[in-house]
Design a protein. Structure first.
Length: 432
């Protein structure tokens, strides 16, 4: 066979040589002992008719595997058949070189490249991606992103995130992570996606993730958004609202002159957060008029009266809520916390409190009585008496402590309760 080939090639008859070798090799099948003939067939055509060599290598009819792969790779590279060169090279430096040549010549199809990277080891694939980013990121970024998306599990998000960050490619990071951010439970992945979106000014996407995603670290994201000081605080609002950072959110919005966002937050987004917002604003020394205007925008039950009055009361500022409380009273609201708060305010401003404590049916005698004890003990007695038995221990204690024995005796006569008499007249009571 070799002698026949030599005769044909002495005449430079490549076509006849090719036809002869194909007939011989096809009849024998793919045998190891024909490695030299297979190599000769491909070598002749790669040097003289590269497209014929391409057709042989692509053919389903001729399946040759025993030829010299490195020689075929070298000749394929010289012939500009870069896909075949990549299929045959094994050394990573050769592969990186041919990748650049093929991409520069625009002769590597996207389909081939995606499949090719899947055949590399993870280490080699990452090295090639890094090389593509290093030498022509603008041209190669799209390919790198597509490979990263296709083989994310194989190459690992951690390594791919590091790759994009090493080259400061926020767009690459953003588009890569965007392919699976909605499906991952990895908080680090979600955070890196938020970082990339902020860097690219994709604020609607940042807002969507902060509003919908269940897997980011809220403390980490909150800290990042505060540091970035975005002109649109809605992403931060969603993070803080969902994860209980209302006071910190209020402080941030106030300090950055974003009052309109505070108003919109309590009025339209989450009226239930009004108590914590008002409490934080009091701590920031916001004026009473501003606070009254804010609470006028909300109504119970969306804004819980008990929580609102508790937040304001513990800061000794219940009086600022009086217009809002009286408006709810005139609406016919009978919630106990509302009437407790009104009683306390009337006691504080001395607005005929005894009449209110005597005639109102809805306040909690024990709560209001305890409040009155340090301000006007007699009003505490009035509140305890109104409970008619439920606050007897407190009533006896306040009348004994402050010497209201005439009021105590009158109450005992009116109650006509033998057990209560026994409690007052016991020898242990120094005031009996």
């Amino acid at each position: 066979v070799n002698n026949v080939v030599d005769i044909f090639m002495r005449q430079n008859d490549v076509e006849t040589t090719t036809s002869f070798l194909l007939d011989v090799l096809k009849s024998r099948g793919d045998r190891a002992e024909d490695a030299e003939l297979q190599t000769k067939l491909l070598t002749i055509n790669l040097m003289a008719m590269p497209q014929v060599a391409h057709a042989i290598l692509e053919s389903e009819e001729y399946k040759f595997t025993h030829y010299d792969h490195n020689q075929v790779a070298t000749l394929s590279e010289r012939a500009g058949l870069y896909q075949h060169a990549l299929d045959h090279y094994e050394d990573i430096e050769d592969i990186k070189r041919v990748l650049h040549l093929g991409l520069s010549a625009n002769s590597l199809t996207p389909e081939f490249l995606l499949e090719f990277f899947g055949n590399l080891t993870p280490e080699d694939a990452l090295e090639c991606l890094r090389d593509l980013m290093k030498y022509n990121m603008a041209q190669n970024l799209r390919l790198v992103v597509e490979v990263a998306k296709r083989y994310s599990d194989l190459l690992t998000p951690k390594a791919l995130i590091a790759l994009f960050e090493d080259f400061d490619s926020m767009s690459g990071l953003y588009y890569y992570l965007g392919s699976f951010v909605n499906f991952t439970e990895d908080s680090h992945v979600v955070f890196k996606y938020i970082q990339g979106a902020v860097q690219l000014n994709q604020l609607r996407e940042v807002e969507r993730v902060c509003r919908e995603n269940e897997h980011y670290d809220p403390v980490e994201v909150k800290k990042f958004l505060i540091e970035k000081n975005l002109r649109d605080p809605r992403p931060l609002i969603y993070v803080c609202d969902r994860h209980g950072f209302v006071e910190e959110l209020t402080t941030y919005l106030h300090n950055n002159s974003m009052t309109a966002f505070i108003e919109a937050y309590v009025e339209r987004m989450n009226p239930a957060a009004t108590p914590k917002v008002v409490g934080a604003l009091i701590d920031l020394s916001v004026s009473d008029d501003t606070l009254r205007a804010l609470v006028q925008k909300v109504r119970p039950p969306q804004c819980p009266i008990a929580e609102l009055t508790a937040e304001v009361e513990k800061r000794n500022r219940l009086r600022l809520l009086l217009p809002w409380l009286e408006a709810r009273l005139h609406e016919g609201n009978t919630e106990v916390p509302l009437h407790n708060a009104l009683a306390k305010v009337y006691v504080e401003i001395n607005n005929n409190p005894q009449h209110f404590l005597t005639t109102n049916e809805h306040y909690d005698s024990l709560d209001v009585g305890k409040y009155c004890e340090t301000r006007d003990p007699h009003l505490a007695f009035v509140a305890y008496k109104r409970a008619w038995g439920k606050c007897d221990d407190e009533l006896i204690d306040v009348t004994n402590k402050h010497g209201f024995f005439k009021d105590q005796a009158k109450y005992l006569v009116e109650r006509q309760d033998a057990d209560l008499w026994a409690k007052v007249l016991t020898e242990e009571n120094e005031h009996r």
